[in-house]
Design a protein. Structure first.
Length: 151
């Protein structure tokens, strides 16, 4: 487990899933003095306006303390992400007219054994992948997860 960066692998899963759904990944781990945004993705719909998604990825093992990462998305965390997104838009003014939203991706990570293979086959997952003996599952993707406005 020490040689794996669990958070980065969870972000990899979400980025791959977004790309498979037609999103373009603009940045991974965009950071400034205010904070970091795990993934910034752009979607250019054929008959709709372009969308920027600022995605917070929470990767957790089963039985964690914060409801799969949902409990870590506090109002303070939301404010940091919003501030960081404003810095991004200042740095890339050509994106300032895009519709923006804040998404949350919940990823589970567990060591796979024969028992887990049988159990995980019945769980609802959006997508998953294996890295060594670890299985990563995108459990939930919440589009527009919190209500912050970008001016």
């Amino acid at each position: 487990m020490q040689s794996l960066n669990i958070a980065n692998l969870g972000e990899d899963l979400v980025a791959q899933w977004l790309q498979s759904a037609g999103w373009m990944i603009l940045h991974r781990q965009f950071s400034c003095r205010w904070g970091e945004i795990d993934i910034i993705a752009q979607y250019d719909g054929t008959n709709q306006e372009s969308i920027l998604a600022f995605v917070e990825v929470k990767t957790r093992s089963p039985g964690n303390w914060d409801d799969g990462g949902r409990g870590a998305i506090t109002l303070k965390k939301q404010a940091k992400i919003e501030r960081t997104s404003q810095i991004f838009l200042t740095k890339y003014p050509e994106k300032a007219e895009y519709s923006c939203r804040f998404d949350v991706a919940i990823v589970s990570c567990q060591i796979m054994t024969k028992q887990h293979h049988e159990l995980s086959a019945t769980q609802d997952t959006i997508t998953s992948f294996l890295v060594g003996e670890y299985q990563f599952q995108l459990q939930e993707y919440i589009a527009g997860a919190f209500d912050c406005l970008i001016d």
